[in-house]
Design a protein around this ligand. Sequence first.
Ligand SMILES: [Zn+2]
Ligand SMILES: [Zn+2]
Length: 341
Amino acid sequence: MRVPARMTAMVCEAPGAPLVRRDLDVPRPGAGEVLLAVLACGVCRTDLHLVDGELPDPRLPVVPGHEIVATVAAAGPGVAGLAVGQRVGVPWLGWTCGACRYCRSGRENLCERARFTGYTRDGGYAEFAVADSRFCFALPGGLDAVHAAPLLCAGLIGYRSYRMAGEGVERLGLYGFGAAAHILCQIAAREGKRVFAFTRAGDEAGQAFALRLGAAWAGDSTQAPPEALDAAIIFAPVGALVPAALRAVAPGGTVVCGGIHMSEIPAFPYAILWQERTLRSVANLTRADGEELLERAASLGVRTEVQAFPLAAANEALAALRSGALRGAAVLEVTRGEARP
Ligand SMILES: [Zn+2]
Ligand SMILES: [Zn+2]
């Protein structure tokens, strides 16, 4: 494809302020990197935390976006296994050192020098992006770019949280029924789990959405579930849900915090943690998680529900996510050239 010299990007220049539309040079891929023509980029709650200044040490200015579906437009020297014209997905984990104790022990998600797409590397809120070719996923066919995008973080972090919830879970609680939960609910229900979905109090539309996607029960996060849970995953960035979820899980149960940021967790009595309940977080992803999730989402026929916005409307997409009004996931759809004034 013909690569232009300039591109439109939505840029985070200062946390606390809206993204700014900029005309930038199209980046050049270095050794081992590919230039990607972005087709779609999912809007993740982490992007909202970045824009709101809730994440430490962002590299500014930065182009957010870490759920990229794109076509390989050009390859830098030394790229193996990817061809120009191929469709790929790019996740949050953008680069790892390969040498630290975490990288050497199958835990590259905790790499001490990791770089993250749309946070410490430029991401996909742009017409073009550069990615390390080793961190691009081949995407299953059958899903268009806009519907595939939410799998790359919401799907993936949800899936890692699901794995960390442990083996043998029959009754799984999901707190916060947004992009991640709407994907994971389908996977868990199709694997025979009974899913209990917790939404903001009074969000009847969200509860109906959860039931439609296979949840066995849906209610307010202030409610106790009708039976004790084996595990619960908290996707909403609300610290008060931690004691609520600990109270909802049976002895031996696990509570997983799936987000990168959460408001302060209120003090709680030891009794709700005792009896071998486990409280843990999930950070980032490994490439193995990504391959497993993409394969499983395809084989189980997971369908994402998306609300598409043009690239230039990234601030509106973030506002929709913030308001809680979205069903499923917000995705920026990139129409090259047309995004330009
Ligand atoms: Zn490392
Ligand atoms: Zn994300």
